[in-house]
Design a protein around this ligand. Structure first.
Ligand SMILES: [Mg+2]
Length: 305
């Protein structure tokens, strides 16, 4: 038996702007609508209203970083990944301490077997949670600027990434020196050091904080490697592990693949879907481009794959 289709019902005619009858009623389709021009006008207004229903505030604030930042700040999945990552780091630290030949840095070309153990950890989105700044970008700024990021750093409000402090305390308790390095400028040393101290992280003196004053992270790894055996590297960006990461996406992926055996072993990485060299690589690291131009490059990048 074929299903019985319900009779289509037209909207009731609207006789005037101040007619308060419902726009939709149960008038049967067999009844011809009267005053069709009113009906069409009402339908047109209804459609225009629907089209304009989007909250203009939401429309204007739809930012390309919204989902990533929301995920990073609110998802259970991120908490699970952070717990998983720092548990793995602790396990591998034990393995590294027990193996005198273990070293994490490609820059460690010396005989490190007799050197004291150390780890090097990146700061933003590895130890320090900087979603507060990303929210500011989404809500107010539109784009990252060095000045606004510096201003946010000087507020000394970054919380710790979940699991980071426990892991660093564990390393410290096992005699492992913790070095913190960052792409933050040397001018941000005081506020960054204060942030680490306020979080009660193992940070006995400022020599443990390696900021950017012309040096690359590879330079920092090389200088630490002269005096310590580097057991682990932790970060959220390829440059936290290997030089040459400021490159085209295909080059970056090849670089990550070349050292595949190091991931989850002596190289421990956390996800950062909000920003990083992976994102800048999609528009050729050209920070002069406007945000719409960057978005256009990103879309082209997607279409090319
Ligand atoms: Mg980072």
């Amino acid at each position: 038996m074929s299903p019985v289709m319900p009779a289509y019902r037209f909207p009731v005619r609207c006789t005037a702007w101040n007619d308060h009858r419902p726009l939709f009623s149960t008038r049967d389709s067999t009844e011809k609508p009267r005053d069709c021009h009113y009906c069409l006008a009402a339908a047109l207004i209804f459609c225009m209203t629907l089209a304009g229903c989007a909250d203009p505030g939401v429309e204007q604030n739809t930012h390309e970083m919204l989902n990533a930042t929301l995920w990073r700040q609110t998802s259970a999945e991120y908490l699970a990944i952070a717990a998983q990552t720092y548990r793995l780091a602790r396990t591998n630290l034990d393995l590294a301490l027990a193996d005198p030949g273990w070293t994490a840095a490609l820059e460690q070309t010396n005989d490190a077997t007799g050197l004291p153990p150390a780890i090097i950890v990146d700061l933003d989105e590895t130890i320090l949670d900087d979603t507060g700044y990303e929210i500011r970008v989404i809500r107010d700024l539109g784009s990252y600027t060095p000045e606004s990021f510096d201003e946010w750093c000087r507020e000394v409000n970054a919380p710790a990434i979940p699991g980071a402090r426990e892991f660093l305390d564990y390393a410290d308790a096992h005699g492992v020196t913790v070095f913190y390095y960052s792409a933050r400028k040397a001018a941000l040393r005081d506020c960054t050091a204060r942030n680490l101290r306020e979080l009660h992280l193992p940070f006995p003196d400022d020599t443990r904080l390696l900021l950017t004053d012309g040096e690359s992270k590879s330079d920092h790894r090389a200088s630490v490697a002269r005096h310590y055996r580097i057991l682990l590297l932790l970060g959220d960006n390829l440059e936290d592990f290997v030089a040459g990461s400021k490159a085209d996406p295909s080059v970056r992926r090849a670089l990550a693949g070349r050292y595949a055996q190091r991931w989850g072993h002596e190289w421990i990485i956390l996800p950062n879907p909000m920003y990083g060299q992976w994102e800048a690589a999609s528009y050729g690291f050209d920070s002069r481009l406007s945000r719409p131009e960057q978005l256009k490059r990103k879309l082209l990048m997607l279409q090319g794959q």
